[in-house]
Design a protein around this ligand. Structure first.
Ligand SMILES: Cc1cc2nc3c(=O)[nH]c(=O)nc-3n(C[C@H](O)[C@H](O)[C@H](O)COP(=O)(O)OP(=O)(O)OC[C@H]3O[C@@H](n4cnc5c(N)ncnc54)[C@H](O)[C@@H]3O)c2cc1C
Length: 216
């Protein structure tokens, strides 16, 4: 696969324009482009009145080596990076206690999920209530001003941002594509699939509650 980055198209471009832009960028005939897949779609809105869509596109082409050779030195035409998650190999020595994760916020949940997927059977200790009971307590605060100190918008399964709209973008450098793995787990748990491609994804208000239950 070849990844083209920074492919710019007008905001209102017709669907087929993306394929045409790929053919023009790679300088190949239509029959050589076997498939294309949008890896990321963002916006460049720096120029007022000239907002453009910016795509990263993965392309399957007839002769990949030839196309890459023809674009040698072009930093926007490269082999598609491997973004699949490679879990660490882990085994617990005989008699070792099960790992314990304190807190079921985003960090604890992902840590526990990763440990569980590695077969290590983590035990999660969470001071607040499970996410469904916590939803009731949180609404009691918002609607009736009744505070339950251990189960509220901050504390409980799901962690601090559970009742937000789930903004997912991050400015951290992520050369190992670990963020992608988190997004894939979110999609498995019910998040919209578009979070895998759009540049500033949101999960959507209150979806996190059922996602947290699914992941648990
Ligand atoms: C209203 C709101 C909206 C937000 N919206 C977004 C957003 O859209 N996008 C975004 O990226 N971030 C958002 N955030 C920030 C995000 O929620 C936090 O960055 C994130 O929750 C931090 O995760 P964490 O696992 O480190 O900690 P927390 O989420 O704080 O999780 C810690 C967990 O540990 C538990 N705990 C604490 N002490 C103990 C103890 N002694 N024993 C057992 N359990 C314990 C807590 O109950 C909690 O469940 C928002 C935060 C808030 C408050």
């Amino acid at each position: 696969m070849i990844r083209i980055t920074e492919l710019r198209l007008p905001l209102d471009h017709p669907e087929e324009a993306l394929r045409e832009a790929v053919l023009a960028r790679l300088n190949i005939p239509a029959e050589d482009l076997k498939s294309l897949h949008v890896a990321r779609r963002g916006y460049d809105a720096r120029k007022r009145g000239h907002i453009v869509l910016v795509y990263n596109v993965d392309c399957d082409v007839a002769d990949e080596a030839a196309v890459l050779a023809a674009h040698e030195g072009d930093q926007h035409v490269r082999p598609t990076p491997d973004t699949t998650y490679h879990p660490p190999e882990a085994t617990l020595p005989e008699g070792m206690p099960r790992p314990v994760v304190i807190g079921a916020g985003p960090c604890g949940i992902m840590a526990a999920l990763t440990l569980a997927q590695a077969g290590l059977k983590p035990i999660i200790i969470e001071r607040g209530k499970d996410v469904k009971a916590r939803t009731v307590d949180t609404f009691a605060l918002w609607r009736k001003s009744v505070l339950t100190p251990e189960s509220n918008v901050q504390f409980g399964e799901g962690g601090a941002g559970t009742f937000s709209d789930g903004k997912l973008y991050s400015g951290v450098s992520d050369p190992r594509h670990l963020g992608r793995h988190v997004l894939e787990e979110f999609v498995r748990a019910g998040a919209p699939e578009e979070i895998l491609t759009i540049s500033k994804p949101h999960i959507g208000t209150f979806r996190l509650v059922t996602m947290v239950m699914f992941i648990r």
